[in-house]
Design a protein around this ligand. Structure first.
Ligand code: DOR
Ligand code: ZN
Ligand code: ZN
Ligand code: ZN
Length: 370
């Protein structure tokens, strides 16, 4: 981090390891173009694309289609994923940057019914959506137990296999304690800004805040903050939906254009340091996902996120680049803003304006553990 006077700082280009870019048959919700422009606007130079698309990325053919789709369309750099169900053979062929397992049903209805925790055949780094299929089938409210049971099952598998596992969007006190208590160095996890800053009270007032896993109690939220220094990754789980789809019950919250600013605002409130953002959105993503061509070393890409900690602004979703022009933080005044994004030495976003071309490239990730 380089201070450039009066509250401005240059951070290494931030990486969001959990983004749903949609496209394919869901271009109404988001396209590669709009989603990656949203990323640059929010100060994110690299996005990890999630595979619960329509159609889902479950075979080598669809993966090839995904690869072709991103070329010449992505404004930010990207990593591509593959969905694991009973298709390890296809997964080996595809050569994705990382792999995703849904332990319970989520958006897109794709989940790994037969996943009993054995992810041994997966040829790379695995991110897991940990919500127990049986509990959520019985209880659409998705109580904390759904997450806790799934996390424990995933941890059992990780303990046995000794192979990298990343647990997505941990939202409960018992969940985070289970992970930290087990203390397996090859297990990482993400926490989202919405679980850090919102609770189910917010959801009770605003049904747009429906999300999986759901917003929790204040005690859960506090447990995330109490263990903040031990959270390896902050990722948005950017999950754009049209307002029409939200009205019919779609779960998910767009987050790319607010996450860094919310964290900067929290820096101003003394809740964390600028270096925490760099650790959880740059250093740890590079280490955990074995990214080999990014970061602050000679021969690697010069990506930067320039922030102004003193700048005050108001969240106006109508000015977002994502197609989801709504936000839990609509109208909120924040202190701290991303003012410039630089991708491979070029200014690609300045003062809310995308000035780059769709020149994002696929990053090099996850090849070490194959
Ligand atoms: O709320 C969610 N939305 N949770 C998920 O796991 C998936 C995501 C989506 O794709 O919309
Ligand atoms: Zn998920
Ligand atoms: Zn997700
Ligand atoms: Zn803006």
């Amino acid at each position: 981090t380089i201070q450039i006077g009066r509250g401005k700082a240059i951070l290494p280009g931030l990486i969001d390891v959990h983004v749903h870019l949609r496209d394919f048959d869901q271009r109404k919700k988001e396209t590669v173009e709009t989603g990656t422009m949203a990323a640059l606007h929010g100060g994110i130079t690299t996005v990890f694309d999630m595979p619960n698309t329509q159609p889902p990325i479950l075979n080598a053919e669809t993966f090839e289609r995904r690869k072709a789709l991103f070329e010449g369309r992505a404004y930010a750099d990207y990593a591509l994923s593959f969905l694991i169900r009973n298709n390890c053979g296809d997964a080996v062929k595809a050569g994705a940057d990382f792999y995703k397992i849904f332990m319970g049903a989520s958006t897109g209805g794709v989940f790994s019914e037969d996943f009993k925790g054995d992810y041994s055949c997966t040829p790379g780094i695995v991110s897991v959506h940990a919500e127990d299929a049986e509990i959520i089938a019985q209880n659409p409210e998705r109580p904390p137990e759904a997450e806790i049971r799934a996390i424990n099952r995933a941890l059992n598998a990780a303990e046995k296999l000794g192979k990298p596992l990343n647990i997505c969007h941990v939202s409960t006190a018992d969940g985070i304690w289970a992970i930290l208590g087990r203390n397996l160095p090859w297990v990482s996890f993400e926490v989202t800004p919405h679980h850090l800053f919102l609770t189910k009270k917010n959801y009770e007032r605003n049904s747009l805040l429906k999300v999986y896993p759901p917003l929790r109690d204040e005690e859960d939220r506090r447990a995330l903050w109490r263990n903040f220094s031990r959270i390896p990754l902050i990722a948005s789980d950017h999950a754009p939906h049209t307002l029409e789809d939200k009205e019919s019950g779609a779960a998910g919250i767009p987050g790319l254009e607010t996450e860094v600013a919310l964290l900067l605002d929290a820096v101003n409130r003394g809740m964390l340091e600028l270096s925490d953002i760099v650790e959880k959105m740059h250093d740890n993503p590079i280490r955990i996902f074995e990214i080999t061509n990014k970061g602050f070393e000679v021969g690697k890409d010069a990506d930067f996120t320039v922030v102004d900690l003193k700048r005050e602004w108001k969240v106006k979703p109508e000015e977002f680049y994502t197609k989801a022009k709504w936000s839990p933080w609509d109208g909120r005044r924040l202190r701290g803003k991303v003012v410039m994004t630089i991708l491979r030495g070029k200014v690609v976003m300045e003062e809310d304006e995308i000035v780059g071309k769709p020149e994002g490239v696929r990053i090099n990730a996850g090849k070490g553990s194959a």
